[in-house]
Design a protein. Sequence first.
Length: 245
Amino acid sequence: MSTISVIAVHGNGGGSFRWDLMPAPMADDVILHAAELPGFEGRPLPDGPTDIKTFTSSLADTLEAIEGPRVVLGHGIGGAIGLDVAAHRPELVDGLILHAPVAVNLDQRLFPRLMTAPPIRVAAKTIISSKPMQRIAGQFLFKGAPRSYARKFLAEYRRADAFSVMFDLLTAEWFDALPEVHVPTAILWGQNDRVLDVSQAADLKARLQSSTSTIVEGWGHYPMIEQPDSYAATIAETSRVLVRP
């Protein structure tokens, strides 16, 4: 039986370390590879204009270097990038797991509308990554995770040159223009997600072909950090269902 490669794509402001607390390998037959995107973790953005292809091309290059079957796991904006690759380069993706992706209702949600103003983006990035925020939020963020991890998570926003760019690229117009996605797709959402509301899962499923939707009780937005073992088990089993129906 072939080993399934799960290529995990992190959300905005973070980095590939988002998956560090999960067991490795996730299972005997499922191995996780953390994608490294330009503009995060101190990596520069390429010279010239930045568009969605800046990130999807990077992910496509990663996928081409990994033996299949390949399942893309995208969280937050990582879900949007994975979705775009599955839509335009389906030959690279055997299965797609969208965990609370940034995709639907982008013209209706308050936060994306607020972040259209560049000064607000700068202020948000500065506040999130500030040392006072690291000390205060680090005590309450990510229940069960080491405090040092929470502080690192927040501090990383300072080096995320791509943070602001995402609000220009991931728009309702981008989502509406996506080709139909025929890659087998699983939508996962935490019942207690306070970052991206669980109601978006139904709207996303209505737009995607060959998709299933699962709402997981006890999950917030970051189960890969707060419940890494059970999260890994869920991702491994979902990956098996997608590529070994």
